[in-house]
Design a protein around this ligand. Structure first.
Ligand code: ATP
Length: 351
């Protein structure tokens, strides 16, 4: 398979009794961007450091472009791996200007790189004179100057404010694509992971929970962790009995494609719930606890009467304010995903 750029086979690394990376097997195609997303401490940085060569695995095998870079009896030196790495803080040389930073190791192509990252006119600026976003562009240009086959980006935008983050990630993605560089992008922000990655790997406790394209992972989470962490889905207790699906939110008669019964955790995305404020307390089944404006929509935190918390995303002309009693409804879509005793199951609703 000559389109394969990065391959990890059973890679593990522990520090004392911490299994920072636990038996990871992974393939990344040439020119593709893999986002790795997971909570703090799940092993994302360690995985990048193993690929770059700053750490050695305990076992497994690493290949780049079909050639081994690490195995039980071989370790390719860091400088021969042709891998670029970009960190949170850009790590620019403070005493060198923009142009000197970009051309530090390789002085060809500096002008076209300056143009590519939109810094023409800032050639002589010093790093401290640049905004955080500009510093990260310089770091990107400096990495690309060495023409790496692979680029590893470790939370490169986490020090930037939210507006700039949105802009720069779209730009960086298109730059990486125009260079056809294979990249691994680490973040703990699921939205950033989705926007940057062709594929997404969800990491937990040193292992990969699920890998797939962003839409696949969002609509078809294989574990409760992925559903909650990546899709930010509500996991709501439900019971299916004689084709009636009962949840605390509603009771719905369904015709479904399977003979399924019993208790389950339903995966309900925040945009699958609807809230409306009610004045009649008999009609209420929840109370707004918090609302956050998110561009076109409001992200509501609702406390149900059984004290369960669910999130709702919907657009309102005026936000529904905290402490407002609401009626919350859920209409199952065509396809419902649930977990029974931890195992993912799906049923289709005949409409
Ligand atoms: P974050 O999102 O907070 O950066 P991460 O997912 O990148 O976290 P890692 O930095 O890879 O996580 O750490 C994984 C685990 O390994 C953590 O428990 C961490 O404390 C531990 N660890 C990492 N490096 C070392 C080290 N050099 N010595 C000992 N423990 C380490």
């Amino acid at each position: 398979m000559d389109t394969l750029q990065i391959e990890l086979k059973g890679i593990s690394k522990h520090f004392g009794n911490i299994h920072a990376v636990d038996d990871i097997t992974l393939k990344i195609e040439k020119g593709s961007i893999l986002s790795i997303v997971g909570p703090s401490g799940c092993g994302k940085t360690t995985l990048l450091r193993l690929i770059a060569g700053f750490e050695s695995p305990d076992r497994g095998e690493l290949q780049i472009g079909g050639s081994p870079i690490w195995s039980k009896d071989y370790s390719m030196p860091v400088q021969e791996r042709n891998i670029g790495m970009i960190f949170q803080d850009g790590a620019l040389f403070p005493h060198l200007n923009v142009k000197q930073n970009i051309g530090f190791a390789v002085s060809e192509n500096v002008d076209s790189l300056l143009n590519l990252v939109g810094l023409v006119g800032k050639e002589t600026s010093m790093p401290h004179e640049l905004s955080g976003g500009e510093q990260q562009r310089v770091a990107l240009a400096r990495s690309l100057a060495a023409n790496p086959s692979t680029l590893l980006l470790d939370e490169p935008f986490s020090n930037l404010d939210i507006q700039i983050r949105r802009e720069i990630r779209t730009e960086v993605r298109s730059i990486l694509k125009s260079y056809n560089v294979t990249a691994i992008f680490v973040t703990h922000d699921q939205q950033e992971a989705s926007e940057m990655g062709d594929q997404i790997a969800i990491m937990k406790d040193g292992a990969i929970e699920q890998i797939g394209n962003p839409e696949e992972v969002y609509v078809n989470p294989q574990t409760e962790f992925t559903a909650k962490f990546f899709s930010q889905a509500n996991l709501v207790d439900g019971t299916l009995q004689k084709k009636t699906l009962k949840t605390f939110i509603s009771e719905t008669d369904l015709s479904i494609d399977k003979n399924m019964n019993g208790n389950m955790k339903l995966v309900i995305h925040p945009n699958q719930l609807i809230i409306e404020s009610v004045s009649d307390s008999k009609k209420m089944n929840g109370t707004v606890r918090n609302q956050i404006f998110q561009g076109n929509e409001y992200f509501y935190t609702i406390e149900l009467e059984n004290k369960e918390i669910v999130n709702v995303l919907q657009s309102n002309k005026q936000p529904i304010e905290p402490n407002t009693p609401v009626k919350i409804t859920y209409t199952p879509g065509k396809s419902v995903i649930c977990f029974q005793e931890g195992a993912q199951k799906q049923f289709k609703v005949n409409q």
